[in-house]
Design a binder for this molecule. Structure first.
Ligand SMILES: [Ca+2]
Ligand SMILES: [Ca+2]
Ligand SMILES: [Ca+2]
Length: 340
C-alpha cells in the first residue's frame, strides 16, 4: 500500500495545533468596527456650521472645526467640546452659532450643557486646546477663530468665564487661528499657549471661486487659496502666572519664519533625549512642529530640568493632536487623564 504524503492537517494534528488553528484564524480575521452612535448618545442636535452647505465660495467655508475630549467637571469621564463655525449668511442675518459642550452622563449618553456652562461666544471657530493654565486643578479651554480667539477659564463649578481680553490672548481680529496648544515652553510650571495662524483672509478682498489664477483646480472653479493669500504668523504667549499672558513670539523666535500658513500643531519628541511639554519636564527638551502648506517648521525650547508640581501631576497624561486637512485645516487637541 502506498503511503500518502503527510498533509498540512496531519502535521498540525501531530503538533497538537489543529484545535488552535481555527481560533488563530478567527483572531486573524477579527475586525475592529465602529458604529455611529451619535444620535443615541444625544450628540445629533449639534449642527455643524461651516459656510454655505452647498455653494462654498471661500476657503474658510471648506474648513471643519476641531474637537476636544476632556473632563471639564473632574468626574473621571471625558466630556465633548465641539468647535462650531459660522456662515456669511448667518452673520448677516444676525443668527449666532455657538460651539457645543456635552457632559458625559456615564451611561453612553451626553447632555448639552453649552449654555449652562457659559460657552456662548459666537464666531467662526476652527481649533481648540485644553490645559490648566492657572493650576487650579480644572482644565481650561482655548478656542481659535477666524477673528479674535477665546480663552475660557474653568470656574470649577460646571461653568466657564471668557477671560480672553483680560488674559491678553484674544489677538487682533484679522487673524485666522487654525490650531493651538498649551505647553510649558520655559519650564516654569505654568502652561504657555501657542497659536498657529493660517492665512490672511478678507472676503472683501478675495475673489470668489474661479475668479483668479489660484481659484481653479484642473480648470474647475474652487475657492481661492491658500496659494495667492498671505500667510499668517504664529504666536507664542508666555504665562505670567497672574492670569495674564505676554506675547513672546518675536523674542522666542516663534515669529520666524513669517507667513508660513500654519494649520496644525504637532507635539513631537524629535530628539531622543527630550520629550514634550507639560508632561516632559523630567527631560531636557521640547519641540513645536507646525505643519505648513510648503514645509514644516520646528522650534525647540531651551533646556530646563526643573520638575514642577504641574509636571509631576501631568507627566502621565497623554496628549494627542488630530488634524483635519484639506487645502488648509484645523487642529484639535485632546487629552486623556489618569485617575486623579
Ligand atoms: Ca466629565
Ligand atoms: Ca484651570
Ligand atoms: Ca511656562
Amino acid at each position: 500500500m502506498t503511503r500518502r504524503a503527510p498533509s498540512r492537517r496531519d502535521l498540525l494534528w501531530t503538533l497538537g495545533l489543529l484545535p488552535l488553528a481555527p481560533v488563530a484564524g478567527a483572531q486573524r480575521s477579527q475586525e475592529v468596527r465602529f458604529t455611529d452612535v451619535a444620535a443615541q448618545a444625544g450628540l445629533a442636535r449639534a449642527r455643524n456650521l461651516s459656510g454655505d452647505p452647498v455653494d462654498k465660495q471661500f476657503l474658510i467655508e471648506e474648513m471643519g472645526g476641531g474637537v476636544a475630549l476632556f473632563d471639564f467637571d473632574n468626574d473621571g469621564w471625558l466630556d465633548i467640546f465641539l468647535v462650531n463655525g459660522s456662515s456669511f449668511q448667518g452673520a448677516a442675518s444676525g443668527r449666532k452659532s455657538t460651539s457645543y459642550l456635552f457632559r458625559n452622563n456615564r451611561d453612553g449618553t451626553f447632555t448639552d450643557v453649552t449654555r449652562k456652562a457659559g460657552l456662548t461666544y459666537s464666531g467662526w471657530g476652527q481649533g481648540c486646546c485644553v490645559g490648566d493654565y492657572d493650576n487650579d486643578g480644572f482644565d481650561d479651554l482655548f478656542v481659535s477663530y477666524w477673528g479674535r480667539n477665546v480663552l475660557y477659564h474653568n470656574n470649577g463649578n460646571g461653568t466657564f468665564t471668557n477671560v480672553s481680553e483680560k488674559a491678553g490672548v484674544a489677538g487682533p481680529g484679522g487673524r485666522w487661528g487654525a490650531g493651538c496648544c498649551f505647553l510649558d515652553y520655559d519650564r516654569d510650571g505654568r502652561l504657555d499657549l501657542f497659536v498657529a495662524n493660517y492665512v490672511h483672509f478678507d472676503p472683501k478682498q478675495v475673489p470668489r471661486a474661479g475668479g483668479a489664477a489660484y481659484c481653479r483646480f484642473n480648470e474647475i472653479p474652487v475657492p481661492c487659496g491658500p496659494q495667492g493669500l498671505a500667510g499668517g504668523t504664529n504666536v507664542l504667549y508666555r504665562n505670567r502666572g497672574d492670569g495674564t499672558f505676554e506675547d513672546v513670539s518675536e523674542r522666542s523666535g516663534i515669529a520666524n519664519p513669517r507667513g508660513p500658513s500654519s494649520t496644525s500643531f504637532v507635539p513631537r519628541n524629535w530628539r531622543p533625549a527630550g520629550s514634550y511639554g507639560m508632561g516632559a519636564t523630567l527631560r531636557q527638551a521640547c519641540s513645536i512642529t507646525t505643519t505648513t502648506t510648503a514645509r514644516s517648521v520646528k522650534s525647540e525650547s531651551r533646556p530646563g530640568a526643573r520638575l514642577t508640581r504641574t509636571a509631576r501631576r501631568c507627566r502621565a497624561w497623554a496628549w494627542a493632536s488630530a488634524t483635519t486637512t484639506g487645502t488648509g485645516g484645523s487642529t484639535s487637541s485632546a487629552r486623556t487623564s489618569p485617575t486623579r
